[in-house]
Design a protein around this ligand. Structure first.
Ligand code: MN
Ligand code: MN
Length: 494
C-alpha cells in the first residue's frame, strides 16, 4: 500500500465511520421521536404517520380493508347486528344463555331485539369486582319511510320520509340511495328488503332543482333550500295504464309481487334510505377512508375487533353496541334501555345463584369502567376557524380524549388512569374541546355515568360527519382498535 492508497483507505474508513455514527444517531433520534409520538409528555403532538414501520403500515391498511368491507354491508343497526352475529360466530363467541358458565376466557354474545348487540369475554376476577366496558352506537343519520310512504306527484311515484339524526337537508339530494330494512307481517314473519347496494340494483334519489331553474331560490338560506318534509326520493316513473294510470299503485304492485307485502304491512316496517356508495380509499396515498356511516360504526367495528382479539383478561370485557344514539338514546334498544343492567344481572345470577342481590349489581356497576367511543369532528382544512385550534383534534394524530366540560368530562383521576394504559400501549392521543358555546353533540356516555360507572368519552376525529360520505384517517381507526384493546387488557386497578 503506498501513501496515496493509505490516505484513500483512511479517508474511506473515516467516511464509513461517520456514516455509521450518523446512522446510529438517526436510529437513536427516530427511536426517541417514536417514543414522543403522542401528546403524552409535553403535549407537542405530531402526525402518527411519522414513525410507522412497514409492518405496522401493512397492519393499518389491512385493518382498513376489513373495516371497509364490514361497513359497506352494515349500513343500519339491523344490518350491523346481522353482520356482527356472523363475526361473533367466526370468532368463537357463543350465544349467552341463562345458565352459561362464567368461566375465565368464556366468550359470549347477546342480541337485543335484532338492533343492539353485546360481546363478552369473561375475566379472571369475579364479576362484582367490575367490568371493562366499551360502548359505541351502530345507528347513523339517515332517512326513514313513513308508515304510508307511497304517493304520486308530477308523473312520479315518491316515498314520504322522516329523518333519523342531525342532517343538512341539501346534502342528501342527487345522490344514490339504497333501501334497507324489514317489514313485519301480522303472521309473525319478517321480510328483509335490501335494494340499491348491488351494482345492477336500481337506486332511489331525491331530485333537487338544477341551477337553470333555481334563480328565485338562490337567496335562500342553506337550511331553507329544502325542507325536511321535502326529502322524498323518486321511486317509480312508469304509469299503470291498465289500472287507471297510477304510478305509485304500480310500485305497490311490484312490492306485493316481489316481497309478498301489502300496503298495511308498510305500517309495521323499518325501512331506511341510506347512501348507496361503497366505502372508498381517499387520496393518492390511500391514507383516508371515505364512507357512509362512520359515525359510529367506525368505533363499533374497532370495539368488536378489540374484544375478539382478547384471550383471558383480568376484568371481564364487554363491548356493547347500541341503537338510537342519533335520536337521544331512546327506545328499548338505545343506551337508555335497562337492557344493559339486566344483562349484567343475568351474568351475576349465573355465578351467584341464590346469593344474588340487587345491591351486588349496583356494586358491580360502581366497580366498572367504561370507554364510551364515538367519532367527533376534526379540524376541517377549508374552515379551520370553527375551532379553537389549541384544543382541537386533527386527523392522523390519534384517538382524542373528549374534554367537553359542563359535566360531560370524565373525572380527572379517571382521565389519568386512561392516559396510563394508552401510553403503555403506545397509542397516540390528543384532546378535544369545542370552541366554547358554538358546537356540541351527544354520545351514549351519560347513560352509563348515571348508573354510577366510571365513564370517559373518547373518539377519533372525522371530517364531514353526518353527511352521506364522511372521512377518517386509517391510522386513527387502527389506533382506536389499539386503545380498546389496551383498555380491555389493563390490569391496573382504577
Ligand atoms: Mn356518534
Ligand atoms: Mn352522530
Amino acid at each position: 500500500m503506498n501513501f496515496k492508497d493509505l490516505k484513500h483507505w483512511i479517508m474511506s474508513v473515516t467516511r464509513r465511520s461517520i456514516m455509521a455514527a450518523g446512522l446510529f444517531f438517526y436510529i437513536l433520534v427516530s427511536g426517541v421521536s417514536a417514543e414522543g409520538n403522542s401528546c403524552r409528555d409535553d403535549l407537542k403532538c405530531k402526525s402518527s404517520w411519522a414513525d410507522v414501520d412497514q409492518e405496522k403500515l401493512k397492519n393499518i391498511y389491512d385493518f382498513a380493508e376489513n373495516y371497509k368491507k364490514f361497513i359497506g354491508k352494515a349500513r343500519t343497526e339491523l344490518s350491523f347486528v346481522e353482520e356482527a352475529v356472523k363475526f361473533a360466530k367466526d370468532h368463537d363467541f357463543k350465544p349467552l344463555k341463562d345458565d352459561s358458565p362464567m368461566w375465565p376466557g368464556a366468550r359470549y354474545y347477546d342480541v337485543n331485539r335484532d338492533r343492539a348487540i353485546a360481546f363478552m369475554v369473561i375475566g379472571r376476577d369475579s364479576l362484582d369486582k367490575g367490568l371493562h366496558v366499551v360502548g359505541a352506537h351502530i345507528d347513523s343519520p339517515r332517512l326513514e319511510l313513513k308508515g304510508r310512504p307511497l304517493y304520486n306527484s308530477g308523473e312520479f311515484a315518491l316515498f314520504q320520509t322522516n329523518y333519523h339524526g342531525g342532517i343538512k337537508n341539501h346534502q342528501w339530494t342527487n345522490i344514490p340511495l339504497a333501501l334497507m330494512g324489514r317489514v313485519d307481517k301480522k303472521d309473525g314473519t319478517s321480510v328483509i328488503i335490501n335494494v340499491g347496494l348491488k351494482q345492477d340494483d336500481p337506486i332511489f334519489m331525491i331530485a333537487e332543482l338544477s341551477p337553470h331553474t333555481d334563480r328565485g331560490y338562490k337567496d335562500k338560506k342553506v337550511k331553507n333550500i329544502l325542507k325536511k318534509e321535502d326529502l322524498d326520493p323518486l321511486v317509480g316513473h312508469i304509469p299503470d295504464f291498465s289500472n287507471g294510470g297510477g304510478i305509485e299503485g304500480r310500485v305497490m304492485q311490484h312490492l306485493t309481487e316481489t316481497y309478498g307485502i301489502s300496503r298495511a304491512d308498510l305500517v309495521s316496517a323499518e325501512l331506511s334510505l341510506v347512501p348507496a356508495y361503497p366505502p372508498r380509499d381517499l387520496g393518492f396515498d390511500r391514507g383516508l377512508v371515505a364512507a357512509y356511516g362512520q359515525d359510529d360504526r367506525l368505533a363499533s367495528y374497532a370495539a368488536m375487533r378489540a374484544i375478539a382479539a382478547l384471550n383471558t383478561p383480568q376484568k371481564t370485557a364487554l363491548a356493547y353496541l347500541v341503537d338510537n344514539e342519533e335520536v337521544g338514546n331512546r327506545n328499548n334498544t338505545g343506551a337508555k334501555s335497562t337492557y344493559f343492567s339486566t344483562l349484567l344481572s343475568r351474568m351475576l345470577l349465573s355465578t351467584l345463584g341464590q346469593k344474588y342481590r340487587e345491591v351486588i349489581l349496583k356494586k358491580t356497576l360502581r366497580n366498572s369502567q367504561m370507554l364510551s367511543i364515538d367519532v367527533n369532528p376534526g379540524i376541517n382544512p377549508i374552515n379551520p376557524s370553527v375551532w379553537e385550534k389549541g384544543n382541537a383534534p386533527q386527523l392522523g394524530y390519534g384517538v382524542n380524549l373528549k374534554l367537553y366540560g359542563q359535566g360531560n368530562t370524565a373525572n380527572s383521576e379517571y382521565i389519568a388512569w386512561t392516559r396510563e394504559y394508552l401510553d403503555r400501549a403506545n397509542i397516540p392521543w390528543q384532546t378535544t374541546t369545542y370552541k366554547v358555546g358554538t358546537a356540541g353533540g351527544g354520545t351514549i356516555g351519560g347513560e352509563f355515568s348515571r348508573q354510577n360507572m366510571d365513564v370517559i368519552d373518547l373518539g377519533v376525529p372525522v371530517l364531514s360527519i353526518h353527511t352521506p360520505m364522511s372521512i377518517s384517517s386509517k391510522i386513527d381507526i387502527y389506533h382506536l382498535y389499539g386503545a380498546c384493546r389496551s383498555f380491555f387488557e389493563s390490569k391496573r386497578p382504577m
